[in-house]
Design a protein around this ligand. Structure first.
Ligand code: 173
Length: 319
């Protein structure tokens, strides 16, 4: 063989190894239980990302709270124990109070990308939690109060309600006594009668069989459920540009599907009625005051615990 031919052969033989060396694999966990639809939908997205991402980027789904407990997922992303998480801000307020602000957003994720809210979120998330806020994959989804005891006005005196930080200020303002648990512990708490109700989105009750143990839903809903993908920021910065661009593009496409939730939530509302969950409603003025109070105490609590960024977040997330 001529020397140049030998060189060409050697280079060709090395190319696949070189490509493989460039392929990055990121470890992904979910703070929500694996049987939740959020997780199934994300696992499907991951399969597509992996199919088209050969040689560039692969996502390795490790598991849900059995792998890393719900309220420890945020810190695992911060410290780099995992690279990517499917979670919600309420699950990592231990890292920064600002995490829980996104439930208060009145602008869509797409609008937030345009008006600078996403840039502010990323500044805070990077500075305080070493996270890159990649994409919001749940929105257009209100939270509700679900109960097993009937009420005729928004007063939760004497009731024990399961919460996360999402609902704390609001339900306490309604005189509830509250108990924080991860989603994975709610069914047992209902079964044992430890709680009289819980806060939860309009959807995803059925994922965890809570309809079996739920009598009433209080309408209207309030806030805007946020579920998102975050990435360890050091890892994000260290990604080869092709891998980073690819992940960003696929994550934006995932976020671009959020209109999906509008129809899904209507279907879930019907499904709750069919399962025998009765709705508790108030008169129009009381309903308005209920939603207004949620918003008011939500922002007041946030600004008190996050005086530096709270007001700026409020400005960019409000209509
Ligand atoms: O109720 C919860 O566990 C919670 O905070 C939440 C947040 C976003 C989506 C679903 C649940």
């Amino acid at each position: 063989m001529k020397k140049t031919t030998m060189l060409a052969v050697a280079v060709t033989a090395l190319l696949p190894a070189f490509a493989a060396a460039q392929e990055v694999t990121l470890r992904v966990v979910s703070a929500f239980p694996e049987n939740q639809f959020y997780v199934k939908r994300t696992v499907d997205w991951i399969a597509d990302v992996n199919k088209d991402g050969k040689g560039v980027l692969q996502l390795n789904f490790i598991g849900g709270p059995k792998a890393i407990p719900t309220f420890e997922v945020g810190n695992s992303v911060k410290t780099g124990v995992v690279d990517v998480a499917l979670s919600t801000g309420a699950f990592y307020t231990n890292l920064m109070p600002e995490a829980d602000a996104l439930k208060l957003a009145e602008l869509s994720a797409a609008e937030q990308r345009k008006n600078g809210a996403t840039d502010l979120i990323n500044k805070i998330w990077q500075e305080k939690a070493n996270m890159y806020y990649l994409a919001r994959v749940v929105e257009f989804t209100p939270f509700h109060l679900y109960l097993n005891k009937k009420i005729d006005k928004p007063d939760l005196t004497g009731l024990k309600i399961r919460i996360t930080p999402v609902y704390r200020d609001f339900f306490q303002a309604l005189n509830a006594s509250v108990m924080t648990t991860a989603p994975g512990e709610v069914y047992t708490a209902l079964e044992r009668g430890v709680i009289d109700g819980y806060g939860w989105p309009i959807h995803a009750l059925f994922d965890l069989n809570w309809q079996e143990k739920t009598k009433y839903r209080v309408d209207p809903g309030f806030y805007n459920a946020e579920v998102s993908l975050t990435v360890n920021f050091d890892k994000w910065k260290s990604l080869p540009p092709a891998a980073r661009d690819y992940l960003m593009r696929r994550a934006l496409a995932y976020e671009g599907q959020n209109e999906f939730w509008k129809q899904y939530n209507q279907d879930e509302t019907k499904r709750q009625a069919q399962a025998g969950i009765e709705t508790i409603t108030f008169d129009a003025a009381t309903s308005r005051a209920y939603v207004e109070k949620a918003k008011e105490v939500g922002w007041a609590g946030l600004i008190k615990s996050a005086p530096q960024y709270g007001p700026e977040l409020k400005k960019l997330l409000s209509r």
